[in-house]
Write a protein that binds this ligand. Structure first.
Ligand SMILES: Nc1ncnc2c1ncn2[C@@H]1O[C@H](COP(=O)(O)OP(=O)(O)OP(=O)(O)O)[C@@H](O)[C@H]1O
Length: 367
């Protein structure tokens, strides 16, 4: 059996000014998040895939199709790459209806149409914009415009979809409106997505794979729950948003409007989130370290629903002097942020058994 072809295969070097990008990525299907501090090279990688920047050396292939290969003298110009680039602002044509805007994307793809290609109708259905097809952009909300822009990109039959912080310009309500459609794209559009974000909530909800960028290089690549549990990456995953990402399966409704989710760390109860928690569904939970309390004995008489026993396996001091404690809960990591005083009162040391108390409201329901 031959080796599976990576959805995205990239091995490039580029110097721009004093900044050197040297990155090697091999990612499977689904949605790959580029994550890392400002200036770490995320947009540069997206631009390299789009063909807006040219590497000094290297190769980029999507589903085995090479887009650039300096050793072979290959350089496909941007318009021949069939990449869908979704920008922060929708950039719709104001004088055209939604249907015409969608078909504008299709025009560029006319030579690549097959009987299986998505249609204007199927894409409108996927993105929930069928009822908007005859409107003009001026009569759309920000979230609706963003969905039309996604549809236009899809109808151009791209090999890969590139999204550079697509939600950054939207308020929380608009983000919440778009996220389910991004999940549907990831699961049903059948094409790889390369997605830049700084937001851990988007990683939790959307990422199949995460590439951690740091100073132009790939620090780590892997599943979100794995990378967010690694102490050596805390400088990138930590800070105010430090927390654990746990893969979970929805088990059952437990009454009182609560749902039981099975995670490697144990059973966790979460409040109902409309339309999402169907038993058997795979999901991901984000548990911020600041919302986890620690106790050196099983807590009694507390209203918190989720108490998980664990063993301390790492303690680090954060920039503000607080301690981030990593607990091993049955093989899965949980992070808790405690003050320096609490850490010394509990005399927290590796190997010590502790109980993590997670406030139900602190749980953030993901994909
Ligand atoms: N044309 C250019 N010439 C010189 N330096 C550049 C050029 N474009 C980008 N850079 C530098 O390359 C580095 C990486 O930039 P890039 O935009 O890829 O980072 P980023 O991780 O996407 O950041 P952010 O999260 O802030 O968008 C930065 O230091 C930037 O100043």
């Amino acid at each position: 059996m031959g080796q599976a072809v990576a959805a995205l295969d990239l091995d490039i070097a580029l110097r721009q000014g004093t900044f050197q990008v040297d990155a090697k990525i091999s990612a499977g299907p689904g949605l790959t998040v580029l994550f890392g501090p400002s200036g770490s090279g995320k947009s540069t990688l997206v631009d390299l895939v789009a063909g807006l920047k040219r590497p000094d050396r290297g190769r980029i292939a999507v589903d085995g199709v090479p887009l650039v290969d300096t050793a072979a003298g290959l350089w496909l110009p941007p318009h021949r790459r069939r990449v869908g680039y979704v920008f922060q602002e929708a950039r719709l044509l104001p004088h055209l209806t939604v249907r015409q805007n969608l078909l504008y994307g299709r025009w560029f793809a006319r030579r690549h149409l097959t009987p299986d290609s998505p249609t204007c109708e199927s894409v409108a259905d996927l993105l929930g914009i069928t009822h908007l097809l005859n409107r003009r952009p001026a009569a759309l909300s920000g979230g609706e415009k963003a969905r039309v822009a996604l549809g236009r990109a899809l109808l151009a039959l791209p090999r890969i979809l590139l999204m550079d912080e697509p939600l950054a310009a939207l308020d929380e309500a608009r983000k919440a409106e778009i996220l389910p459609y991004l999940e549907r794209l990831r699961d049903h559009a059948g094409l790889p997505i390369l997605y830049v974000t700084h937001a851990v909530a988007e990683v939790a909800r959307l990422a199949t794979t995460v590439v951690m960028m740091d100073q132009g290089r790939v620090r780590a690549l892997g599943a979100p729950s794995t990378l967010w549990s690694r102490p050596d990456l805390m400088d990138l995953t930590g800070g105010a948003e430090a927390g654990a990402l746990l893969d979970a399966v929805v088990s059952h409704e437990s009454g009182d409007g609560l749902f039981a989710l099975d995670t490697p760390a144990g059973r966790i109860l979460v409040p109902h989130v409309p339309g999402h928690l169907v038993p058997g569904t795979r999901t991901r939970l984000r548990i911020p370290a600041r919302d986890v309390l620690l106790s050196d004995r099983p807590p009694q008489g507390l209203s918190a629903l989720n108490v998980l026993p664990g063993v301390v396996d790492d303690v680090r001091e954060d920039a503000d002097g607080s301690r981030v404690v990593r607990l091993d809960c049955g093989g899965a990591p949980l992070l808790a942020r405690v003050t320096r005083t609490s850490a010394s009162v509990l005399a927290i040391t590796p190997g010590q058994p502790l109980w993590a108390i997670v406030k139900a409201v602190a749980l953030d329901q993901g994909s």
